[in-house]
Design a protein around this ligand. Structure first.
Ligand code: BGC
Length: 808
C-alpha cells in the first residue's frame, strides 16, 4: 500500500467513512537548476523579489515581528519540527528517528513507526495531514499547544477538493460551469464546514492543466485550458481564503501540484513531463500563477520531473518562477513522500541528498518522507545546508500559522459539522445543475427528447450508477456521508410520485461487471417504458490519483448493456458519470440524448432530475475535449496548425494525394467528438455582429503590460428559442505571423449571459497584453506586430469573427 491516506486508498476510505459516520471524528537553468550545494546557494532571503508580495497578510511587518520573536526562542529540533508533517499513524512505538534507513523504492510509511502525538507534545511536529474531526484534531492540538515547550499550534491539512460534508461536483465538473462565482461560493461552503472539524488548510485547488484524459487526476482539475484553469484557480482561492485568513472559517489553500504534473507522458500517473519553456509558461503555469496572485498561502510541489528535474527539487520552478517572478511569500509543502522519491528519480543516492536538494530548492515542509527530521541535523552541522535556509523555511511556516490566527484560536470555534447541511444544499444543487453538460439531444417525433414532459410517463431507469450513493460523491468526497446523497433513482421516484408516472428500475449490471444476468430484466423494463434513462460510467476510483486508464470506454460490460437496451428502439437518455472525457462514439450514433454528469455530489439526483425535466435549462460547457477514439490523445482544441493542416479535407474518409499527406489519421478524423467549450441548451443562441473597437493598435501601446483595453471585441448574442436560458459566451483569439507558431485559437474570455426568449444582448471582451501576448522560449511574455482574429461564440468551434493588427 503506497498511501494509507483515507482520502486516497479505497479500503482506507471505506473504513474512514465508517468512522466518520460513527464518531464524527477521525484520522483521517533556464531550467537552470540552482546549484544544489550550499556554497553557491543564495538563501531565499537574499533573492531580489521582482514582484510585490503575493499575500499582503503574510507580508505584514506586525506578523514578521511575532515570527522573529518566536524564532529566536526555538531550538534546532523545534525548528525542524515545523518542517515535518505526518498523518495519524496511530503508532505509539516510536522508532529512534536517527536509525531510520530507507531502501530506495520503498515508501517509508510502510515500515517506519512514528508517534505523532509524542512528536506534537515535544515540539517536533508542525502539521498533520488528513487528520479531521474536532475531537481528533483537538487531541493532537492539545499536545502541541499545552505540552510542547513553545506552545506552537499544529496546522491540520486535508484533501478537501469538492466539499467536506455537503459534497459538490468534482473540480472537472465545476470547471464545466464556467462560473467562477459559483465555484467561489461552493469553496467557501467547504471552508466553513471543514474548519469546524479543526482543518484550516486544504490541499486544494488542484490546478494542473491536463490535455490527456487517460490521466486519472484530470478529474481533480479544470481540464485542458489555461485561461479557464486560471479563472477557476482564482475562484477557489477566493472561496477558501476569503478576504481575511484570520477568520476562523478561512482556509489556507495549497495550490497543487507545482508544476505541470498534468502533462504526464501518455497519461500515465507519476510519469515524466518534458516541454518547451514557452509551452510551460503559456499552457501549464497560468493557473498556478493566477492562484498565487490571488494570494494563495501555500503550494504543493509535484511528484513528476519537469525537463529532467523532479519538481520537488526544482529550483527553477520553486525559486526562479514562484518566488522571484511571482513574489510568492507563502510556503511549499512536498507531495506525499515526494522528498523520499527523489531517490527513485535517481537524482539523490541517499536520504541526506534528497533532503538537501528539496529544502535548498524551496520545499519547506516534508510531507511523510521522514527525511527533514532525520537528515537535516547532520546536513546543517556539516554546512551542506545553511542555517539561514532552515530559518527562512521555518519563518514561512510560522507566518501562515500566525496569519491564520492559530495562536489565538488553535481549536475550532463553531459547532462541528458532521453531515451535509440543509442550508448548503441549494447552492450545491445549483453548482451541480450548472456542471451538467448536454452533449446530444436528438429529436424524437419532431421534438428534442429533452426536456422530459411532466406527464404520466413510464420511465425505465437502468444502470449501475442509478442508485449508488457512494459513487456520486467522487474521488475526494470522503467526508461526505452516503445517506446524505440523493441518487438519480431517489429523485426520479419522487418525480413519478408527483406526476403520476411510473419508474421501473433495473441495475442491469455492475460498473465493472461481466455478468449479463441482469440484461434481460433491463431490456424488459425498457420495452415497457416510454423513455429509458441509463446511468452508466466509471467508479470514482477509476479516476483520481493512481487512476490512469489506457482505455476511455465504458468499463465492464456497460457498453453491451447499452447496446442491448438500445436494440429495443426506445428513446434513450444516457447519463454519463465519469472523472474524465470518455469515448462516446457508439452512443453518439445510437442514443437520442447524452448528458455528462461527472460526479455531482450529494445533490446528484435532484440536479439531474431538474435538468432532465427542464426546471433548469442546461448551461454546462466542456472543459475538456471528448475524443472519438483514445488514439487521438492528447487531444485539445488549442493545437498548433502544423505545416500541413488538413484544410478542406474530408477526414472521415481515407485520403489520397493531397488528402493523405496532411496532418491526420487515416482511420479517425482529427477533431473531437464533442469539443472544448461545447454544450447544448434547451434553447438556441445566435451570434452576430462580431466586431473590434479598432482595426489597428500600435505596438508600443500593446506592449504595456497593464494595457487591458487595447482592443475591445463585441458581439450580439440572441436567444432564438422559446426558453429562458443561460449561455456561456466564449471569446477565442488567434495570433498569426508571430515569431513562434501559435495555437489555432485560444480562449481569452468568457461570461455567462442569461437571456429571455427572443432577447439579445451585446457582450464585450477587453483584450490587452495578458490576452494577446505569448511566451517566447526564454520564458518571457512578448507581443509582436502581428495579425489577430477574434471569434465570439458558444464553443471552441465559434465561427463569427473579426480581425485586427498590431502595427509598428
Ligand atoms: C496526492 C496529493 C495529496 C497528498 C496528501 C498525494 O498522494 O498527490 O494530491 O494532497 O497525497 O493526501
Amino acid at each position: 500500500m503506497l498511501n494509507s491516506n483515507p482520502y486516497i486508498n479505497p479500503h482506507a476510505r471505506i473504513q474512514f467513512r465508517a468512522i466518520l459516520a460513527a464518531t464524527a471524528c477521525i484520522v483521517l537553468i533556464p531550467l537552470s537548476a540552482r546549484s544544489q550545494n550550499a556554497e553557491s546557494f543564495a538563501p531565499p532571503a537574499q533573492i531580489a523579489y521582482a514582484a510585490a508580495p503575493s499575500n499582503r497578510q503574510l507580508a505584514d511587518p506586525a506578523i514578521e515581528k511575532r515570527v522573529d520573536a518566536l524564532l529566536k526562542q526555538m531550538t534546532l529540533e523545534e525548528k525542524l519540527g515545523q518542517l515535518v508533517q505526518y498523518g495519524d499513524t496511530g503508532d505509539s512505538a516510536i522508532a529512534p528517528l536517527a536509525n531510520v534507513v530507507q531502501a530506495p523504492g520503498k515508501n517509508p510509511e510502510t515500515h517506519v513507526k512514528i508517534d505523532p502525538m509524542q512528536l506534537a507534545a515535544t515540539g517536533r511536529l508542525g502539521s498533520m495531514l488528513n487528520v479531521v474531526g474536532a475531537e481528533h484534531t483537538r487531541a493532537f492540538q492539545q499536545a502541541a499547544v499545552e505540552k510542547s515547550r513553545l506552545h506552537i499550534p499544529l496546522l491540520f491539512g486535508a484533501d478537501i477538493l469538492h466539499g467536506y460534508r455537503t459534497v459538490y461536483p468534482i473540480p472537472l465538473g465545476l470547471a464545466a460551469t464556467f462560473d467562477p462565482d459559483m465555484v467561489a461560493a461552493l469553496s467557501h461552503i467547504s471552508a466553513q464546514e471543514a474548519s469546524t472539524a479543526g482543518v484550516r488548510w486544504f490541499y486544494s485547488p488542484m490546478v494542473d492543466i491536463s490535455r490527456d484524459p487517460r490521466w486519472g487526476r484530470t478529474q481533480e482539475g479544470a481540464g485542458e485550458d489555461a485561461y479557464l484553469g486560471a479563472a477557476m484557480a482564482r475562484a477557489y482561492i477566493r472561496g477558501y481564503q476569503g478576504e481575511d485568513l484570520s477568520r476562523p472559517d478561512s482556509i489556507a489553500a495549497s495550490v497543487k501540484h507545482f508544476a505541470a504534473y498534468g502533462a504526464a507522458e501518455a497519461g500515465r500517473e507519476y510519469n515524466t513531463t518534458d516541454m518547451s519553456l514557452s509551452r510551460l509558461q503559456q499552457d501549464y503555469l497560468p493557473p498556478y500563477k493566477a492562484a498565487v496572485q490571488q494570494g494563495a498561502a501555500t503550494m504543493m510541489s509535484a511528484f513528476n520531473a519537469l525537463n529532467g528535474v523532479p519538481a520537488t527539487a526544482n529550483s527553477f520552478l520553486l525559486q526562479d518562477v514562484l518566488r522571484k517572478q511571482w513574489g510568492f511569500d507563502g510556503f511549499v509543502v512536498s507531495d506525499f513522500t515526494a522528498v523520499m522519491e527523489l531517490r527513485n528519480h535517481g537524482i539523490a543516492q541517499d536520504a541526506a541528498t534528497a533532503a538537501q536538494k528539496a529544502l535548498l530548492a524551496g520545499v519547506e515542509i516534508d510531507m511523510m518522507s521522514h527525511y527533514y527530521d532525520t537528515e537535516l541535523p547532520a546536513l546543517i552541522r556539516s554546512g551542506k545546508v545553511p542555517m539561514s535556509v532552515v530559518d527562512e523555511a521555518v519563518r514561512r511556516v510560522l507566518r501562515v500559522k500566525f496569519v491564520l490566527g492559530l495562536f489565538e484560536h488553535p481549536y475550532p470555534t463553531e459547532k462541528e459539522v458532521t453531515a451535509a447541511i440543509p442550508e448548503h444544499r441549494a447552492t450545491v444543487r445549483h453548482g451541480a445543475e450548472e456542471s451538467l453538460v448536454l452533449l446530444q439531444n436528438h429529436p424524437m417525433n419532431g421534438a428534442a427528447l429533452l426536456p422530459l414532459t411532466n406527464s404520466a410517463h413510464t420511465i425505465a431507469l437502468i444502470g449501475p450508477l442509478s442508485d449508488d450513493t457512494q459513487e456520486m460523491s467522487g474521488n475526494w468526497g470522503a467526508g461526505g456521508r452516503n445517506p446524505d446523497v440523493v441518487t438519480v433513482k431517489d429523485a426520479l421516484e419522487q418525480r413519478a410520485k408527483q406526476n403520476g408516472g411510473t419508474l421501473l428500475y433495473e441495475k442491469g449490471t455492475e460498473i465493472t461487471g461481466s455478468s449479463e444476468a441482469g440484461f434481460q430484466a433491463a431490456v424488459d423494463a425498457a420495452r415497457k417504458a416510454d423513455v429509458v434513462i441509463m446511468a452508466l460510467g466509471e467508479t470514482t476510483e477509476m479516476s483520481g490519483e493512481a487512476g490512469s486508464r489506457s482505455r476511455l470506454n465504458l468499463p465492464g460490460n456497460q457498453q453491451q448493456l447499452l447496446e442491448a437496451v438500445a436494440a429495443t428502439g426506445k428513446p434513450i437518455v444516457l447519463l454519463v458519470f465519469s472523472g474524465r472525457p470518455l469515448v462516446l462514439s457508439w452512443a453518439a450514433q445510437h442514443v437520442s440524448a447524452i448528458m455528462e454528469a461527472w460526479f455531482p455530489g450529494v445533490e446528484a439526483g435532484n440536479a439531474i432530475a431538474n435538468v432532465l425535466y427542464g426546471d433548469v435549462v442546461p448551461s454546462g460547457k466542456l472543459p475538456m475535449s471528448f475524443p472519438r477514439d483514445v488514439g487521438q490523445e492528447p487531444l485539445y482544441y488549442n493545437q498548433f496548425p502544423t505545416g500541413r493542416p488538413p484544410l478542406n479535407v474530408d477526414l472521415s474518409k481515407m485520403g489520397e494525394g493531397d488528402a493523405r499527406f496532411v496532418s491526420r489519421y487515416i482511420d479517425v478524423p482529427n477533431d473531437a467528438l464533442f469539443p472544448f467549450g461545447y454544450g447544448l441548451s434547451y434553447t438556441d443562441f445566435a451570434y452576430s455582429g462580431v466586431s473590434v473597437s479598432r482595426a489597428t493598435a500600435p505596438l508600443h501601446e500593446a506592449e504595456q503590460q497593464d494595457a487591458h483595453k487595447l482592443v475591445t471585441a463585441t458581439a450580439t448574442v440572441k436567444n432564438t428559442g422559446s426558453r429562458a436560458a443561460t449561455e456561456v459566451v466564449q471569446c477565442y483569439v488567434r495570433n498569426l505571423g508571430a515569431s513562434l507558431e501559435q495555437p489555432v485559437r485560444s480562449l481569452q474570455g468568457f461570461m455567462r449571459v442569461t437571456l429571455q426568449p427572443g432577447e439579445s444582448k451585446q457582450v464585450s471582451f477587453d483584450l490587452g497584453f495578458p490576452e494577446l501576448s505569448f511566451y517566447d522560449n526564454a520564458g518571457k511574455a512578448v507581443i509582436e506586430p502581428t495579425h489577430y482574429t477574434v471569434w465570439i461564440g458558444g464553443s471552441s468551434l465559434a465561427t463569427e469573427h473579426a480581425d485586427f493588427d498590431i502595427t509598428r
